[in-house]
Design a protein around this ligand. Structure first.
Ligand SMILES: Nc1ncnc2c1ncn2[C@@H]1O[C@H](COP(=O)(O)OP(=O)(O)OP(=O)(O)O)[C@@H](O)[C@H]1O
Length: 590
């Protein structure tokens, strides 16, 4: 676990570094330098104390001032530089945070856009993607902040070891080093444990809130009284509260105990160091008073430094489990680059051949589609009809190449990958809260914007009234923008159709394209769609029949299999499922 967490932290540090080598190096190097400068500050302090103590015996006042000038300048200079470096670190850190957040966010968007659609049927995957997204949005800033402060504190702790080492007290350096490692480990262990308990307490707290709320709410209380379960709930609530209290108390006790052990080790170290140095002053006169005083003071601040290092390090450690999701999601990017290179060619998609297709979703046990054999010829207008859940939309996903068949093959003009332009209007069409123009041109952003073409398409899709009402193409739709215009469901759907038509695709797929549109507009739109798709291949899915009279072939799907194929007249004279559906619907209008 420990190894895995540290590995995750290192992995993300490497990724951050790769994103922006210069800025991330600066963000780590500046606090490192600032921490190490503490060594020079300590040295200046040693010299100052020595000058003052010696000076009182050997020099007059002006000589003392003269000698003290350089250490004073050094001390003040270091403090000024450290302040300056702290400000620079803040600026660089903010810059880095903004750029890596955007960069990771776009990586995640790329990944979500490029991976197989099938992954989105996997709840675990979608949750992981969501957690990775949340982490980048909420926690990434914190991670870099913790890293920066950890580097600063570690290097200033190192300055203490450096000071005693350069004064020739290697044993003392070693002792301080061991003390830092041991007390830091104890503190970290305690902090991580307390944080984990804190999380559990939060969960217990939520449960406690839920139970106490249930005991106060009229409707739940009424049911509890009927089933005589009020006492059961009260006991449950008391138990949860007690558990929460015990955990909190236990965590406090543990924190106090470890705090005492740490204080004991630190005080013991200071005592040993002092005795050793004082012995040096007394017996060999090899130690200056300044060194003793500064080391003593530095060691006193050591405890606080270790405390302040514990916080970012433990936060880093706790966050590392979330980093795991981010690292895993980002790893997927490697596969994407290969795919996007192969997807560049634009070829004709038709004819599309589906041979012996069987399909099941990752999470489904039975085949959703079985034994599908169909050829969609170039320029054909096809209708796919069938009851709810028959498998129509699933078939479309396979035709689009979004899902791979479990058995059998799909070939697009002989290729095993679809490499052509396609327009689709899905049942759950998208409402882009952008301008009217953008809602159309998003169907084909590669083409230069052509307002005449946009207006022509608006006309075909019965949207001219809306266009005149809005007074132009630039009006924002939806609610995000102040003054944005909200549209009806039918108007949004017509816009989705207009967007599909704007794309010069040779295959158009319309999955329930008129479900939100009134029956009169629906017939008109179907008529126009058929006209507009004259030279294109078009596949329509709809529960409403009637317009199917005009398509070349109708495929009737039942329980995932094609049960009837033919044009309207063929199927009516066949007097099977289609004929039955048709006469049923026709009877509504009699
Ligand atoms: N992502 C999925 N994971 C698992 N099962 C799915 C998934 N999507 C659809 N199904 C199941 O596959 C079957 C066929 O669904 P599909 O959406 O293809 O039917 P449809 O004919 O388009 O239905 P409708 O007319 O209601 O839109 C249904 O039983 C549905 O529950």
């Amino acid at each position: 676990m420990l190894k895995k967490n540290i590995f995750n932290i290192l992995l993300i540090v490497v990724k951050i570094f790769r994103k922006n080598k210069l800025v991330s190096s600066l963000v780590l190097v500046i606090p490192l330098i600032s921490g190490l400068l503490t060594f020079f500050s300590y040295n200046a302090q040693v010299k100052l104390i020595d000058i003052v103590t010696m000076g009182s015996k050997n020099y007059n006042l002006s000589q003392v001032f003269e000698l003290a000038l350089i250490p004073v300048l050094l001390y003040v200079g270091v403090a000024a530089i450290q302040n300056l470096l702290a400000s620079i670190t803040e600026i660089v850190k903010n810059k880095m945070n903004a750029s890596i957040t955007i960069s990771f966010q776009s990586d995640i968007i790329d990944i979500a856009n490029s991976i197989d659609y099938e992954n989105f049927d996997d709840e675990q995957f979608t949750n992981k993607l969501q957690r990775a997204k949340n982490f980048v949005g909420e926690d990434l800033d914190g991670i870099t902040g913790f890293l920066v402060s950890s580097v600063g504190i570690i290097s200033s702790l190192f300055s203490i070891i450096w000071l005693s080492a350069t004064s020739g007290y290697y044993l003392i350096s070693l002792l301080i080093f061991i003390m830092i490692i041991v007390t830091l480990s104890i503190r970290l262990f305690s902090e991580v444990k307390v944080r984990k308990v804190g999380r559990e307490i939060t969960l217990d707290g939520r449960m406690g809130d839920y139970l106490s709320k249930s005991l106060e709410e009229h409707s739940t209380l009424r049911e509890m009284k009927i089933y005589r379960s009020v006492d059961y709930f009260i006991d449950l609530w008391k138990g949860t509260m007690k558990k929460q209290h015990n955990k909190r108390y236990g965590a406090r006790k543990f924190e106090i105990k470890t705090g005492m052990i740490v204080a004991l080790i630190q005080t013991g170290t200071i005592y040993i160091v002092l005795v050793y140095l004082l012995k040096g002053i007394k017996e060999t006169n090899s130690v200056s008073i300044g060194t003793v005083a500064v080391l003593f003071l530095a060691l006193l601040t050591c405890g606080n430094k270790i405390m302040s290092l514990t916080w970012p390090l433990s936060k880093l450690y706790i966050s590392s489990s979330k980093l795991y999701d981010l690292n895993e999601v980002l790893e997927l990017k490697k596969n994407i680059i290969k795919e996007s290179n192969t997807n560049k060619k634009t070829l004709s998609l038709t004819p599309i051949d589906l041979t012996n297709i069987y399909f099941k979703y990752k999470n489904s046990e039975e085949f959703i589609l079985s034994n599908i054999n169909m050829r969609i010829n170039h320029g054909e207008k096809i209708a796919i009809v069938g009851e709810n859940g028959a498998g129509k939309s699933t078939l479309i996903k396979l035709i689009l190449g979004q899902y791979k068949s479990t058995l059998g093959t799909v070939l697009w003009n002989g290729n095993d990958k679809p490499q052509g332009k396609v327009s689709v209007v899905f049942q759950n069409f998208i409402k882009f809260e952008l301008s009217l123009r953008e809602n159309i041109i998003l169907g084909n952003v590669e083409e230069e914007i052509d307002d005449d073409k946009i207006i022509m398409i608006l006309e075909k899709c019965e949207l001219m009234d809306l266009y005149h009402e809005l007074g132009g193409l630039d009006v924002k739709l939806g609610q995000i923008y102040e003054g944005g215009r909200q549209l009806s469901g039918g108007q949004w759907q017509k816009l989705a159709i207009a967007r599909a038509l704007y794309n010069n695709a040779d295959l158009i797929i319309l999955d329930e394209p008129t479900s939100a549109i009134d029956p009169i507009s629906e017939l008109q739109i179907y008529q126009k769609l058929l006209e507009l798709c004259e030279d294109k291949t078009a596949i329509f899915i709809s529960h409403r029949l009637g317009w199917t009279k005009n398509v070349d072939r109708i495929f009737v799907i039942e329980n995932g299999s094609i049960v009837e194929v033919g044009n309207h007249n063929d199927l009516i004279s066949h007097n099977g499922i289609y004929a039955n559906m048709f006469s049923l619907q026709a009877s509504w209008y009699k």
